[in-house]
Design a binder for this molecule. Sequence first.
Ligand code: GLA
Length: 426
Amino acid sequence: MSIIDFRACSMLNSIVRIRAIILGGVVNCDHSNFYFRVLKFEMNLDQSVSSIFKSKFAKEPLLVSAPGRINLIGEHTDYNEGFVMPAAVDKQLTFAVASNQTNRFNCFSVNSNTSVSFSTSELQAGGEWHHYLMGVIDGIQKKGLQVGGVDCVFGGDIPGGAGMSSSAALCCGFGFALNQIFKLNLTRLELAKIGQHAEHNFAGVMCGIMDQYASLFGKQDAALLLDCRSLEHEYIPFDFPEIEILLIDTKVKHSLASTAYNDRRAACEEGVRLLQRSRPEIKSLRDIGLSELEFIRHLVHEDIFIKCRFIINEIARTQRAAALLKANDLRGFGKLMFETHRGLSQEYEVSCAESDLLVSIASQFSEDVLGARMMGGGFGGCTINLVKKDAIEKYSQKVREKYVGTFKKEPDFYSTKLMQGVHTLS
Ligand code: GLA
């Protein structure tokens, strides 16, 4: 563990008493190569980011908080126009932003202790944090809107590479701040699409809309049931005082995750393309049932068939899960999470040995762990576990023991609360 004393950093030497303890080493962010350290501040996060901004730019910033997200169920269904059930959580990025009356964007990432300055004529794709910001500016410009330059400082405690969508928080928080400052009148949905534009066109990940949507539309103590076709949602209360939503981080960062993600999407699109030969009205896997999928079985590679079948099942499972949650049947809900995991691991093939072990341990604690599964795009990151609060210690200890015994490394544990989406703090 290394300690940075910001008093020693020339760039920040006017700040007193802010010390950041780097908890993790350098870790990958969800979709990218941009590096992200997890910092724990002695001041609270918002105050720290604000102080750093004021010391660098000597003016009052707009403060914006942008949360990461979890996903209870509905995995890889968003880019198939299905249903997902994410929620924004109490791990966030805080932004301090102010217009600078120039055409330059002067941005500082507290977590990586790096600054970048660019103008709108220098926007380019890439995997570093500033490319995401560039993608957001590009997305705004593509809508025919103009933004001026800003000074910006951001930092936070969303663990990178853990599948909690730090990149969505980055895009949505920055877009939201620009929207406020330049009075662009963009809706939250438009901001979510701009965040997705940045991922697609600047980071090269053909993601769905779930992460950006959850970060922007999250609500305290509620999950979102999002229909990724109509892009409408309903909130489903998730308020079970005796249950903890525990994320267990495998600390696996798969370097090919983005490529494999794009491949899965391509497999689904190929399935749809073949179905359209006999049923041109089909737009996505949302439009068909299992029996129709059987029609194309002989036309496609078995692997594509299996991938499409998983998606069709997962869309239906998410709808069943929503009904169970509304009926407060968390045990029934949890069983579906285990089912989802089996499908993600054996059929969609986006899990890994580490996540599989964590879920199998969870299934042995069936009295105390109501549901568990790998979460997010896959190939590492976190599992999500619904655990009885009074069993957390016993369960975590067992997990740690078995995980360290098998993989010779410690998992991380994060308990999460469901929070409000992107919002201003000042
Ligand atoms: C990533 C993507 C999302 C979604 C999930 C899998 O988080 O960004 O759009 O596809 O994977 O459900």
